[in-house]
Design a protein around this ligand. Structure first.
Ligand SMILES: [Ca+2]
Ligand SMILES: [Ca+2]
Ligand SMILES: [Ca+2]
Ligand SMILES: [Ca+2]
Length: 154
């Protein structure tokens, strides 16, 4: 009888721990109102309270603009990415070369400018390391829009 009681208590305790674990798994690390499991930039606020940058992922690779300065999908944020941004620097909307490239607009304010450059600088010279809660976001499967490949996540 006493063994049954202990076993029952243990099961109740396990249920409580499991519930707590589930709750923490549905957290929102960056506090942007998008649960981590659905957040395409887990560590960077880019949710409804950062409108218009609400999970915008212009190149469709599963990583939101807010954390994705790897424009050429090379797995590294380097000089090529910087040059792509610089080619459109100061432009509002479409670039003068006709290649509207909204992925360059990291803060999604409609312009490619010093704000976007500053965000890129925080990632420059490093392997792409953003975290996304989306299952389709795989750095080895990033899509090369420059080469014309269709997006894989949007
Ligand atoms: Ca986020
Ligand atoms: Ca992206
Ligand atoms: Ca790159
Ligand atoms: Ca911008």
């Amino acid at each position: 009888m006493r063994i049954d009681w202990i076993l029952g208590s243990a099961l109740v305790w396990l249920a409580i721990v499991a519930t707590a674990g589930t709750a923490s798994g549905e957290g929102d690390v960056d506090g942007d109102l998008v649960p981590d499991a659905f957040d395409n930039c887990i560590d960077v606020p880019n949710g409804p309270n950062q409108a218009p940058n609400n999970q915008v992922d212009a190149d469709g690779d599963g990583y939101g603009n807010a954390c994705d300065a790897d424009f050429d999908q090379s797995g590294f944020v380097g000089l090529t990415d910087y040059n792509l941004l610089w080619a459109c620097f100061g432009q509002v909307g479409a670039c003068t070369n006709g290649a509207f490239f909204p992925a360059l607009d990291l803060d999604v304010d409609g312009a490619t400018n010093a704000i976007d450059q500053a965000i890129l600088f925080t990632q420059l010279g490093n392997p792409f390391s953003a975290s996304s809660g989306l299952a389709c976001a795989d750095p080895t499967l990033k899509t090369n829009l420059i080469g014309g490949t269709d997006p894989i996540c949007n």
